[in-house]
Design a protein around this ligand. Structure first.
Ligand code: EPZ
Length: 439
């Protein structure tokens, strides 16, 4: 069996304790933010995942020294020797993730120009960057898109501006934050994303010396400053990994304590978990216990949305649990147009899932009138049978692990390397929870 394939013997409930560390969707961005400062920064609670290695590689190419700190999970970033990177070297990161696009603002402020390779990231939709390019031009950057990537220049200091996003995009909000903090004057961002990872990034920037106000109606106001220092910051825990293990407990009929998890970041998930019939117990400042209380699970209508709605990255793991619920569940995915394709493999395992182009069970969304199968009707409970599973994307991949654990028989899961992008040490965690897996 090659390293990239896992054999999973299903049918045993997961039991035990695991620990989650810093959020995959915050840590690389906080590392990029260090580039804006003139003093070293220290980031704590950094997980050992490949997205962190990608950010490290990109920053080192631009002269930032990235080294382990005194404690486990601590990283010290020193941006005092920032320099232009060689385009060919940067290009080696092409297609790896979406992190490179966030270096635009910091590199323009520090060096006046930047090259950004072609982006990667999960194939869960078209994932255009039109909003990003639009806001960078608003700040006064010259942006030239070429086949190999983006060439950017800031002949003068970037200027604060008024922006209203067509959709509360997380990445574009981060782009505006990382560009506006050193721009001249005030930036007003309307229809901003306000995910917990965004708020944590704002905390990082404020520690560096930035002036950022978050108002109630998705308006963020940033007053540019001339110079930023460094930060010392503890990254918020990964609420997406936490929810994935919670869904694994539910789908396998198990009981999992997630040390490090925080209630405040995942209230919406906890409500849905309870509505499906799962049980949880919060231990403030320590973690959250998730378990299947026995009996049957409840089918529900579910719609994904931007925060504080139900996070799209919780959808795929929860869909696996919903295949075990009694009745008809309806799932309306409104954030990505192609995030239900992974259900095909679940159907091959014995689940009953029908996909639709209509906006089922919820409010009409951007994908409604277009040719995207972005709603699902799940009829359960279904007895899942083992199968050969090929991982399509990060969350789809972890969901296949859950399905294989809940299924009868031995499945083979191919392409597990992709899971390391966002799930630290998941093989030892599976073993700690009593999962019967072998590589
Ligand atoms: C971030 O992606 C996360 N990734 C995603 O998590 C998460 O699903 C997403 O936010 C939504 O919460 C990281 O933080 C690295 P967006 P991002 O910009 O920033 C459209 C995971 O599994 N859009 O909020 O790329 C876009 O196509 C990953 O952990 C444009 O149309 O998401 C999508 O439909 C997957 N034009 C929607 O907005 C643009 O220029 C949301 O995208 C930008 C976005």
């Amino acid at each position: 069996m090659t390293d990239d394939v896992l054999s999973v013997h299903g049918g045993s409930p997961l039991h035990g304790e695991i620990t989650v560390r810093g959020a995959k969707n915050l840590v690389p961005k906080a590392m990029v933010a260090a580039l804006l400062g003139h003093e070293p920064s220290t980031l704590r609670n950094v997980p050992d995942i490949s997205d962190v290695s990608i950010a490290t590689g990109l920053l080192e190419l631009h002269g930032v020294s990235v080294r382990p700190g005194a404690a486990r999970g601590e990283v010290v970033l020193d941006p005092s020797k920032v320099e232009q990177a060689n385009v060919t070297d940067v290009d080696t990161h092409a297609g790896a993730s979406r992190i490179p696009i966030l270096l635009c603002g910091p590199l323009l402020h520090r060096l006046g120009r930047a090259f950004i390779p072609d982006l990667g990231g999960c194939r869960i939709g078209d994932r255009p960057i039109d909003f990003h390019l639009g806001v960078l031009r608003e700040f006064g950057a010259h942006v030239e898109k070429r086949p190999e990537g983006l060439y950017l220049e800031a002949p003068e200091r970037l200027r604060g501006t008024k922006i209203s996003l067509p959709y509360p995009s997380v990445g574009t909000t981060e782009q505006v934050l990382l560009t506006s903090v050193l721009a001249e004057g005030v930036t007003e961002l309307r229809n901003a994303a306000i995910e917990p990872e965004i708020v944590d990034l704002i905390a990082v920037l404020q520690k560096m010396g930035a002036i950022i106000t978050v108002q109630s109606d998705r308006v963020i106001r940033i007053t540019g400053v001339d110079r930023l220092g460094g930060y010392v910051h503890q990254a918020l825990p990964d609420r997406l990994e936490t929810a994935s293990w919670a869904c694994a407990a539910l789908a396998t009929g198990g009981d999992v304590y997630v040390r490090g998890a925080r209630q405040i970041d995942m209230m919406t998930f906890l409500n849905v978990f309870r509505r499906v019939g799962g049980a949880f117990e919060v231990h403030d400042g320590e973690g959250i216990r998730f378990w299947h209380p026995g009996g049957s699970l409840n089918a529900i209508p579910l719609e994904t949305d931007v925060h504080p709605g139900f996070q799209t990255d919780w959808q795929q793991p929860l869909v696996v649990a919903l295949t075990q619920a009694s009745g008809l569940s309806i799932v309306h995915e409104t954030v990505y147009e192609n995030r239900l394709g992974f259900t095909e493999a679940l159907v091959a395992m014995g689940a009953t899932i029908q996909l639709y182009r209509e906006c089922l069970g919820g409010t009409p969304c951007r994908f409604g009138q277009r040719n995207f199968r972005h709603s699902a009707v799940i009829s359960g409970p279904a007895k899942l049978q083992a199968a050969k599973l090929v991982i399509p994307d990060l969350r789809g991949g972890f969901s296949y692990l859950i399905a294989a654990l809940a299924a009868q028989g031995t499945s083979t899961v191919h392409g597990i390397d992709l899971i390391y992008r966002g799930y630290e040490d998941f093989l030892s965690k599976l073993a700690a929870l009593g999962a019967l897996v072998e590589q």
